[in-house]
Design a protein around this ligand. Structure first.
Ligand code: AP5
Length: 212
């Protein structure tokens, strides 16, 4: 685990100094439509981790209709990435809120983050440590596009249309794939074939989490 010094977020190693007993942090990455949100539900059910999706947090900001939300909404519809400082502030606030709740989470499942390499350093800087592992959902583009177009029939998401999906895929290949390579080089990436059924994806993810 790549733990650094704590910045008082409460996710540092506990006072036994045993990283096995610390709050776990799992990053969940994969292309648009790879099934991050879907497998996240199973992980949360089984492990009681706090699920934090940066996409969901940003959509909440858009719904709130604030000036920031308007800017964020435009970026999301264009398939680009929201600036690192904005994303990091929103993520940190969500983690702190979860830690202040009655039941401290055993872990965080952070979905859709880090999405570009600058977010890796931003997380370590603001949270004071790195993740334990990265679950990487790997699916072919045609599978992801099909899933998203199908979801787009009912989702109401402004970015579930052919043009936005194309741009999201380009952003993913240009900006997020290097994050996965970064963690791969550190031996922290756990690759999952995400083209199978939901149960198959979950079963592989569970195997990795059991070993955590
Ligand atoms: P985000 O909300 O993270 O969207 P995304 O990465 O494009 O992924 P999706 O939520 O669309 O798909 P998913 O992988 O969760 O798949 P799901 O389980 O829903 O981000 C949206 C935008 O926010 C970004 O483009 C960016 O602008 C901004 N943003 C977010 N995070 C950011 C960050 N860190 N920094 C900067 N900007 C950020 O499944 C999709 C469909 O497939 C569903 O219908 C589902 O039922 C189906 N499905 C899932 N798994 C399977 C399966 N195994 N078999 C068959 N169907 C399946």
């Amino acid at each position: 685990m790549g733990c650094n010094s704590s910045k008082g977020t409460g996710v540092e190693e506990n006072n036994t100094g045993n990283p096995k007993e610390a709050v776990k942090i799992v990053f969940l990455l994969g292309g648009p439509g790879s099934g991050k949100g879907t497998v996240a539900e199973k992980i949360v059910e089984t492990y009681g981790f706090q699920h934090i999706s940066t996409g969901d947090l940003l959509r909440d900001e858009v719904k709130a209709g604030t000036p920031l939300g308007k800017q964020v909404g435009e970026i999301m519809s264009s398939g680009g990435l929201v600036p690192v400082d904005t994303t990091m502030d929103i993520l940190k606030a969500a983690m702190e809120k979860a830690l202040q709740g009655e039941k401290k989470p055993t872990g965080f499942l952070i979905d859709g983050f880090p999405r570009e390499t600058s977010q890796i350093a931003a997380f370590q800087n603001k949270i004071g440590r790195d993740c334990n592992i990265v679950l990487y959902l790997d699916a072919p583009e045609d599978v992801m596009v099909k899933r998203l177009l199908n979801r787009g029939l009912t989702s109401g998401r402004a970015d579930d249309n052919e043009a936005s999906i194309k741009l999201r895929l380009t952003t993913y290949n240009d900006k997020t794939a290097p994050v996965i390579s970064h963690y791969e080089a550190k031996g922290m990436t756990r690759k999952i074939d995400a083209s199978g059924t939901v149960d198959e994806v979950w079963s592989t993810a569970n195997g990795y989490l059991l070993a955590l």
